[in-house]
Design a binder for this molecule. Sequence first.
Ligand code: C2E
Ligand code: MG
Ligand code: MG
Length: 698
Amino acid sequence: MNYESAGKDQFLALFQRLPVAGILVQVSDNNVLAINPAFEHLFGWKSEQVVNHPSGQLPVWLDTQQRKHLLEALARDGSVQQFESRFRCHDGKLKPCLVYIEQLEVNGELCRLSMVHDMSERIAAEQALRDSEAKFTALFRDAPEPYALFDKRTARVLEVNKRFTELFGYKPVDVIGKTALQIGLWVDPSKRPAIINQLLKDGYLRNQSAELYTASKHIIECEVSSSFVKYGNKSQTLTSFKDVTEQKRIEAQVKHLAYHDALTDLPNRLLLNDRIEQHLGLGERHGLSCALLFFDLDHFKHINDSLGHSNGDAVLQEVSQRLLSQVRKSDTVARLGGDEFVVFLTGLSGDLDQVTEQARTSAEKLLASVAAPMQIQGHNLQLGCSIGIALAPAHCNSAEDLLKYADTALYGVKANGRNAIALFEPHMQVIASQRLQLETELREAQQRQQFTLHYQAQIDARAQRIIGAEALLRWQHPTKGIINPGLFMPVLEDSGMILEVGHWVLRESCRVIASLIQTHAVDPDQFSLSINISPRQFRQSDFVQQVAAAVSDQGIPAQCLKLEITESMMLQNINDTVAKMHQLRAMGIHFAIDDFGTGYSSLSYLKRLPVDLLKIDQSFIRDCTHDSNDAEIVRAIIAMARSLKLELIAEGVETPEQLGFLQQLDCHAYQGYLFSPAVPEQAFVQQLQSMGESMGSE
Ligand code: C2E
Ligand code: MG
Ligand code: MG
């Protein structure tokens, strides 16, 4: 190129404005003719530090070698299109640059025009890219999660990382070049298309759960996440496989525990409620009914107490198996805790009578299966059970009400003797709420000490003497006056309050005995006070100790205290009964069998037990003077007592005729309205005094 002198100024002006750093050197003497502002800016050298200096001495060169190479290239090719090197800046730093050199004539003078591009940014960018690729490779390879890289187009595996090979048990060579289908990862390949479509649609997948096979054909549950990445100009799919098998197993276990009873693995109340609500909705739509059967094992507590908890648990497990074996898959057997089982029958069709019939039939079948004899760890047991039934939608339409109504019906069964089935009836609800009310009032009565004892004298008609008394519980109601135990005793029993109340009766009676002896109202050798012992009270493991403590606390002779128990109570757990009675008898405590004749009247038991006295039940006395049957029974009881050498007392003697009948049979001891009803302590003391006086006056 040749620039005339006229054009030299123009050229230099143009040179100055070049956006690229430029330096112009005269070839003849190698002196620098000019640098432009871009050059100054790039290297920080000022024009005066460079211009008119020999090019070879410029501080930009790192060494002479560098310049020599450049000039050789120029000489060889006539121009230099790309020469990459680093040059020194004014501040001493080195800058990577790309140099272009043209030879040209300016005003007849041959010159070299070098244009210098700063490469720092590009090199930095390239380095960053290399770094990031290295980082990606490292991350991929050593990631703590299993990763696979697929070709986006062919879906073949390009690479897998270490964790992938560990989790799935494949070597990289086993999988590279194959699709997931070819490897056999999918447990259910039919799920694949939908997942792939999702990935293509959204451009990513997040925690898509999938069941996958490992190399050894174990099924693992993974959360699969995918996204597309560009790597080396290729579109790829980066997929992670998070193994959540263990996590899912624990989750399922926790969920199972929350909804099941640990002992029997049956659904618990929570799950039962769920199922009921679900089926109530379903039944409504299809016009079907459901029945809820509420079970209560009769005397289960007693098995637990006498045979121990492990046997109790085994019984509950056996019952749960029996119930399960009797119902359809669609029905639910649940345990609500303790001995409370529920069977929820669904899909019952027909009118109310038909539904009732189906529920009853099922209940009978279930009752028979539970009541069949069972062998538990060497014990032969036979359980009774009671069932209360409520129907939906006939009775109600919520889980809560169904359970409540079935429970109410169950309560009715228990009140009318056990081992039976009862269907809910609306009037039961009234009874149940009254009972609840009564229970609340009784708790208050106990707190406010409204219980008291009345004493009914026991007379020896021949000797005209008070030989003892029976302590009978009374409730001094603030507004209703004195209430007899018939009205509230069952509630005290069921609620368990009888334990505390019974304990009070025991201690109060001992106090009264002590007081009667101390005031010489009675002769301790010829007087005893009887107290009634409830079955629950007697079953307490420390009952014997309670009696011993009450007697010794008052310092009374033990034979002044007589415990009244019933026949049915003795038979409930004969071994426990025998043991306790013997311990108490050894202390000097006497026993009376209350209401004798109404139970089993089993001679063999009576012989085994340390019983002192039989109380002929008042129901036989009531009619003994005009009902030959009752007269016969009374005769038989008296004969039996005599042969067993037991004392006798007749209960409920109201008329002289009744007493006459008894005395004919040589039975002289009685209690009853004929002499006196039960009276407060003070009044009883007076009876003792006046009786003693009348005797004394004889
Ligand atoms: P029980 O032990 O058989 O008591 C006899 C019941 O007959 C008493 O009723 C008594 O008042 C009543 N009676 C006495 N003489 C006559 C009579 O000539 N004619 C009639 N018709 N009845 C008579 P009460 O006091 O209402 O007690 C009822 C039941 O409550 C008792 O029957 C007993 O089983 C229970 N009981 C009473 N006090 C206690 C107690 O402190 N603890 C426990 N566990 N039960 C008690
Ligand atoms: Mg009694
Ligand atoms: Mg009685």
